[in-house]
Design a protein around this ligand. Structure first.
Ligand SMILES: [Zn+2]
Ligand SMILES: [Zn+2]
Length: 282
């Protein structure tokens, strides 16, 4: 398991590999466009070459985080269609850059109810992935929340994957498991036994071979609080034991872990990564 963090793409995405290296990240994720909206910056041949040279030089793997406004179940055609085209663009851009995968949240069914919402997401993802031949893998990220948020349970994610693959064929979709989101949504990760139980459940419902990446975030909020608040590794409600267990699981040796905790006066990325590396080697 390799450890990394989210890095800024300010000044161009080709700045990301050296920024990741500077904080001790072995892998990293970034936004290839503004997470709030607007057109994507052009990927020139030079930017692509620089980016790939950086990956090679520092032996890194890169992941792209989709923008925040994605909602495949919005009643607004502008948001719905925008979500489809942006995710497809991001997959193609990721393939050009040599990124391993792109993860996205699916959206909220607050406009339409859960059953129609799930259908809309499935239809949307079929449009995203139809004819896609790129190398950047598509990942669904589990979300934190109660009923209206789509993708907060393993069952919901599995049903969407099944619906998409029924039409497009198998093995199109992977999953990014966010530990803080899972914990807030009712998957307990506080003890070794509980961590193993959650992974067993994941394997039974989704399949462990689909687990492509872990967003390793501790949680500021309590178990089953259905809120999304990240905390530094070991300082939140999940705690060190949970992360120590997770990073020590042999079956996950090929699965990388990326932290998404904003730097503050307590810790920055470098310190969180040092904690993880220590846990991984204990
Ligand atoms: Zn996340
Ligand atoms: Zn989050």
């Amino acid at each position: 398991m390799k450890f990394g963090c989210h890095v800024s793409a300010a000044g161009g995405v080709d700045n990301c590999p050296s920024r990741a290296q500077a904080v001790g990240a072995e892998v990293f994720q970034f936004f290839s466009r503004s997470p709030q909206g607007g057109p994507s910056p052009k990927l020139t041949k030079e930017i692509i070459a620089n980016f790939q040279a950086g990956l090679k030089k520092y032996r890194q793997q890169a992941y792209i985080h989709a923008p925040y406004y994605i909602n495949f179940a919005s009643v607004s055609p502008r948001i719905r269609h925008g979500s489809i085209s942006v995710i497809r663009q991001e997959l193609e851009r990721g393939s050009l850059l040599g990124a391993s995968a792109l993860m996205t949240h699916l959206g909220s069914s607050k406009d339409v109810g859960e059953s129609l919402g799930t259908k809309m997401v499935t239809q949307g993802l079929i449009k995203v992935l139809k004819g896609y031949q790129g190398t950047c893998r598509f990942l669904i990220e589990n979300s934190a929340g109660s009923g209206q948020i789509i993708g907060d349970t393993f069952e919901e994610i599995a049903a969407i994957i099944k619906g998409v693959e029924k039409v497009l064929g198998k093995n199109k979709i992977g999953v990014c498991l966010d530990t803080a989101h899972a914990f807030a949504s009712g998957y307990d990760l506080r003890t070794p036994a509980k961590v193993r139980e959650v992974l067993k459940k994941f394997d039974q419902v989704i399949g462990l071979k689909r687990l492509a990446l872990i967003h390793g975030n501790d949680s500021k909020v309590d178990f089953k609080s259905f809120k999304d608040r990240h905390e530094h590794i070991g300082l939140g409600k999940i705690g060190l034991i949970g992360f120590k267990t997770l990073v020590g699981i042999k079956k996950l040796v090929q699965v990388n872990l990326i932290i998404e905790t904003p730097a503050d006066e307590t810790r920055g990325d470098q310190e969180n990564l040092a904690v993880l590396k220590k846990l991984g080697h204990e």
